[in-house]
Write a protein that binds this ligand. Structure first.
Ligand code: IPE
Ligand code: IPE
Ligand code: MG
Length: 242
């Protein structure tokens, strides 16, 4: 069965899951962390190379201050609780996004986690935090513009590879399978460049209820996709094809 090398997930629906149960939204976010732990373990088990997840978008600052504060606190405590276990499973952590906007102490926690797990190679877990796809493209353009300005690069030499190399996921093969839970069918400014040819899988399950069995279903769906990348996969099916 064809398996994705890179799975990317928008973990959505935490708040609605909690509200439907008469619980504070915070309870949904806490359950969301638990759901992620099980999915990471499952990815290690089935041998996926990269899992990237959207933890906090550049637009999530628009939420009430209390919720933003809670999300950041939860992020720190989940990391403090989980880094050693992730390390023991051979997981390498990488954080992508405009991290400089976070409090100094959080930035340090992220750096420490990246350093601690930097030599691992079983699963790359890329966590998008204060991430926006448009921001990513802008910072990549800025970096190329600086090279042009100092004379190291000619504008006509800028190509897709060069731009891709400046993006925060540089060096990581793009997602093969994209999953969004929670019922919405949109990208919400996630990996705009990298999702160009990903297979898009949406389901209504709120993230706190998304289990390894749901992931297996997505993997089965993925295995049935015919990825053509603009070409023709079954040329022999057409009259005149060889
Ligand atoms: C996703 O769940 C988690 C984050 C955005 C941090 P939501 O908080 O968006 O949950 P819903 O979409 O309101 O249910
Ligand atoms: C996307 O979900 C961001 C994360 C899951 C971190 P949102 O819940 O913020 O997206 P919208 O607002 O419904 O588009
Ligand atoms: Mg949401």
């Amino acid at each position: 069965m064809a398996q994705p090398a890179h799975i990317s997930i928008i973990m959505d629906g935490n708040g609605r899951w909690a509200t439907q149960r008469g619980l504070p939204r915070a309870a949904g976010h806490r359950e969301g962390v638990r759901a992620l732990r099980a999915i990471v373990e499952h990815c290690v088990r089935v041998g996926v190379g990269t899992l990237s997840v959207f933890a906090f978008s550049s637009e999530n600052w628009n939420r009430p201050r209390d919720e933003v504060g809670l999300l950041l606190d939860l992020f720190v405590s989940a990391l403090n609780d989980q880094v050693e276990a992730l390390h023991a499973h051979g997981v390498r952590l990488r954080f992508i996004g405009n991290l400089g906007a976070f409090p100094e102490s959080l930035q340090q926690t992220l750096l420490d986690a990246e350093r601690r797990t930097g030599a691992n190679s079983t699963l790359l877990l890329a966590v998008a935090a204060n991430y926006g796809g448009r921001w990513d493209l802008v910072q990549a353009c800025r970096s190329l513009a600086r090279q042009v300005q100092c004379g190291a690069l000619r504008p006509e030499h800028v190509d897709e590879q060069m731009l891709g190399a400046q993006l925060t996921l540089a060096g990581v093969p793009p997602p093969d399978l994209f999953i969004r839970t929670g019922g919405e069918q949109r990208i919400s400014n996630y990996l705009l460049w990298d999702l160009a040819y990903s297979e898009l899988y949406f389901n209504d399950v709120p993230w706190p209820e998304f289990t390894p069995a749901h992931l297996d279903r997505a993997l089965e769906w993925y295995a049935r996709r015919e990825r053509r990348f603009g070409g023709l996969a079954n040329v022999q099916d057409f009259p005149g094809g060889d």
